[in-house]
Design a protein around this ligand. Structure first.
Ligand code: AGP
Length: 616
């Protein structure tokens, strides 16, 4: 939800800002803008509706020079995604300019108050309101910019990550955060500053990063070390972390889209995810969070998993894995519902937060609430150092590298892999999984990356099928047991990037309503791999075929039964029941991808979506 970048140092700011915006474009791409102050002290602002490439066209040939600047890529919340509403916004005096990620919930009241004081507004945004409030506070109380920002932020309700500069002081950037992520890269001599919504625009310049905490205000001054205060102007310790971000992961690596690259990344990144944790030679799974919190985990009376979207689908798989191997009851909740449901949290409950980005606002609030109610929070997160990772008591990173395509792919298989290792590790400590099941599972888990690679080798075959199905208006995805969440995930992948209506259902539930939709125009995708409910799903398939439904089935290699029933089949290698989501989801990712490409759609940046949902 919006990406912000800012730079202050000795280099030209504009190329750094634009490159950073491209890396943050996954966060929103409704409009983009940049502001730089040149050597003569002139503030130049360029803005464009649409993507960062539009901004580059608009700025081309104009003065973009200067060693201080701020920039923004937007996912619209207040006001249409046009040039006027694009950031950076300019204050009434024309001196201050600001970029913002988040929502100011009391913007309407503040706007009315500022209007009464003579302020006028050019845009419909809440950001402009906050900026005018900062200016009003600065002028009225004759404050420096940092003090004015602190005072103004005490008045606002909502979420923000901001960066603001003053034309009259081209040596300072003030930044602040609350509930929206903000990282500061420390460059040469710790006096060069790269400010961004995540570490990706910083990678390649420095590996020293400070993650800003809620209600902290950051003062970057040319030639001086970074200073951080809280809203009461009390000094806060600056703690830099060394980050290890592989810059090559931020590029498409020769693939036409990030999504396809990330689908093909899966064999390698799942090996990374298991490295050092799955130890086949020792027949052990070692997860430090399980070692450190063994007692709380094995004695837990209940696990609750909170998450959104694809991460919620992974949680549904996690529930089955934990109940299978650990015999601990698991509840799975949408984070957005959980946080407002006044949930009963008992002593001994452990709350798991699953999140690729680690920044999803609903998931973050849900675990903050669970923490307040005394639960231990266990994060299963991809983005290292993200808000959810930091708000968790313990956790396991999925380590699949940055995921940039809006449609989540490798994060889903990474989460599933971590959940499988976690369930086996806890189950072994608890004594609810026998040694043979445990060692067989370890052996099978390590074969998964190669099995996924074998499915990826069928990409052309899946592409050809996608061409046949691209014209369809509706799809049903059906699966059972471990494959039921995969049906939900397959449907979500298709709808979010191809804009085709798709529904996922547990296959047997179809008879209770959705079967009414089935006719010769309704493709029904069945997850029919050889697993414990295979026979049952065959019956469900017959029911669809009897109604002239067109069946596309994902089957285990060598299956001959489904071939006679289905219109088309895609074969995947056989694996154990508990791991079947890791293979059966791959063809569904490729199918969605190729259908969207066949329809000429923007796969990596589908309409209305953003990668990281930092508003509730
Ligand atoms: C998945 O393809 C989606 N783009 C979306 O559902 C996503 O999984 C959801 O917003 C949760 O994000 P998180 O994992 O970063 O918390």
């Amino acid at each position: 939800m919006c990406g912000i970048v800012a730079y202050l140092g000795c280099r030209e700011a504009y190329p750094i800002l634009v490159k950073g915006l491209h890396r943050l474009e996954y966060r929103g791409y409704d409009s983009a803008g940049v502001a730089v102050i040149n050597e003569a002290g002139k503030l130049n602002i360029y803005k464009a509706a649409g993507k960062v490439s539009n901004l580059e066209q608009i700025a081309e040939g104009h003065d973009c020079s200067g060693t201080i600047g701020i920039a923004h890529t937007r996912w619209a919340t207040h006001g249409a995604p046009n040039q006027v509403n694009a950031h950076p916004h300019l204050s009434q005096s024309g001196n201050l300019t600001m970029v913002h990620n988040g929502i100011i919930e009391n913007a309407n009241d503040l706007r009315d108050q500022l209007k009464e004081r003579g302020f006028t507004f050019k845009s419909e945004t809440d950001t402009e309101v906050l900026l005018q409030l900062i200016e009003y506070t600065k002028l009225k109380h004759e404050l420096d910019l940092a003090s004015a920002v602190r005072s103004a932020l005490k008045v606002v309700v909502g979420a923000y990550a901001i960066a603001v500069i003053d034309r009259q002081d081209p040596d300072t950037i003030i930044a602040a955060r609350k509930s929206s992520p903000l990282a500061i890269g420390l460059g040469e001599d710790n006096c060069e500053f790269f400010i961004a919504s995540d570490a990706s625009p910083i990678a390649g310049y420095t590996n020293k990063v400070v993650y800003v905490n809620d209600e902290e205000v950051v003062c970057c001054r040319r030639g001086e070390p970074l200073q951080i205060t809280n809203l009461n102007a009390e000094s806060v310790d600056v703690q830099a972390k060394e980050i290890d971000l592989d810059v090559s992961m931020l590029d498409k690596g020769g693939f036409p889209h990030f999504m396809l690259k990330e689908i093909f990344d899966q064999p390698a990144v799942l090996r990374d995810c298991m490295r050092g944790r799955l130890l086949p030679a020792h027949k052990r799974i070692i997860l430090s969070a399980v070692t450190e919190h063994r007692e709380e985990l094995i004695k837990a009376s209940r696990f609750i998993m909170v998450s959104c979207g694809t991460s919620w689908h992974a949680a549904l798989i996690g529930k089955q894995l934990i109940e299978m191997f650990c015999r601990i009851p698991v509840e799975v909740a949408y984070a957005s519902e959980f946080r407002y449901s006044d949930p009963v949290i008992n002593p001994g409950d452990v709350v798991f937060a699953l999140s690729q980005s680690g920044e999803t606002a609903d998931t973050l609030s849900a675990i903050q609430m669970a923490s307040e109610k005394g639960a231990m929070v266990f994060g299963i997160v991809n983005a290292v150092g993200s808000s959810i990772a930091r708000a968790s008591d313990t956790g396991t990173y999925i380590h699949v590298g940055p995921e940039i395509g809006v449609a989540s792919t490798k994060a889903f298989t990474g989460q599933t892999t971590v959940l499988a290792m976690l369930a086996l590790a806890i189950g072994r400590e608890k004594g609810t999984v026998d040694e043979k099941t445990y060692t067989d599972a370890i052996e099978e888990l390590q074969t998964i990356p190669d099995k996924i690679a074998r499915i990826l080798a069928r990409d052309e075959e899946i592409k050809a099928l996608a061409a046949e199905y691209a014209g369809k208006k509706n799809f049903l995805y059906l699966g059972r047991g471990m494959n039921y969440p995969v049906a939900l995930e397959g449907a979500l992948k298709l709808k979010e990037i191809s804009y085709i209506h798709a529904e996922g259902y547990p296959a047997a539930e179809m008879k209770h309503g959705p079967i009414a939709l089935v006719d010769e125009d309704m493709p029904v995708v069945f997850l029919a791999t050889h697993h414990n409910l295979y026979e049952k799903i065959l019956s469900n398939m017959q029911e669809v075929v009897a109604r002239k439904g067109k069946v596309l089935a994902i089957v285990s290699e060598g299956d001959t039964v489904v071939k006679d029933i289905a219109e088309h089949v895609i074969e995947v290698p056989h694996t154990s029941n508990f791991l079947c989501p890791l293979v059966s989801v791959i063809p569904l990712q490729l199918l969605a991808y190729h259908i969207a490409v066949a329809k000429g759609l923007d796969v990596d940046q589908p309409r209305n979506l953003a990668k990281s949902v930092t508003v509730e």
